[in-house]
Design a protein around this ligand. Structure first.
Ligand code: 4NP
Length: 149
């Protein structure tokens, strides 16, 4: 799960997908990263933590890290929160870039629409709830497809 800061959206996506995968009995390794390095080592944003906990997902032990080219080889699927994240990661990955693994998360819900998960960094608590619900719906759709594959 990749966003810009690895502090608002992708930590939520990591926690949500892990929670849902576990519940579905899937043994997946799930992680998140940011294309930027400003928040490396930091816990998720206070409102990401609070919102996740509201829905029963504890993300307090997660820590920020920066996307690395090796992530492209280590993971089977890389979900990006928006197009700019995918572009930035492609520039960082260079020869490890694998277009077949790189997906926009909300295309799980609206295929081909390339809708962004909006950045709530300067937003209100309600914006975090909106982001949580968008990510949750996308994770449900992805898991349902995996289970039916
Ligand atoms: P995120 O939000 O990409 O959802 O983690 C942001 C958090 C921090 C910054 C940008 C986006 N920042 O510029 O520090």
């Amino acid at each position: 799960m990749v966003c810009l800061g690895n502090i608002c959206r992708s930590p939520l996506a990591e926690g949500i997908m892990r929670h849902k995968a576990r519940t579905a009995g899937l043994h997946w390794e799930i992680d998140s990263a940011g294309t930027g390095s400003w928040h490396v080592g930091e816990p998720p944003h206070r409102l990401s933590q609070k919102t996740a906990l509201h829905y029963g997902v504890d993300i307090s032990s997660q820590r920020g890290r920066q996307f690395h080219a090796s992530d492209m080889e280590r993971f089977d699927v890389i979900f990006f929160m928006e197009e700019s994240n995918r572009r930035d990661a492609q520039a960082m990955a260079r020869h490890t870039w694998n277009d077949a693994k790189a997906r926009l998360l909300l295309n799980e819900v609206t295929p081909g629409a390339n809708e962004p998960v909006p950045d709530p960094y300067y937003g209100t608590e309600e914006d975090y709830h909106h982001v949580f619900r968008l990510i949750s719906t996308a994770c449900d759709a992805f898991i349902a497809r995996q289970l039916n594959a």
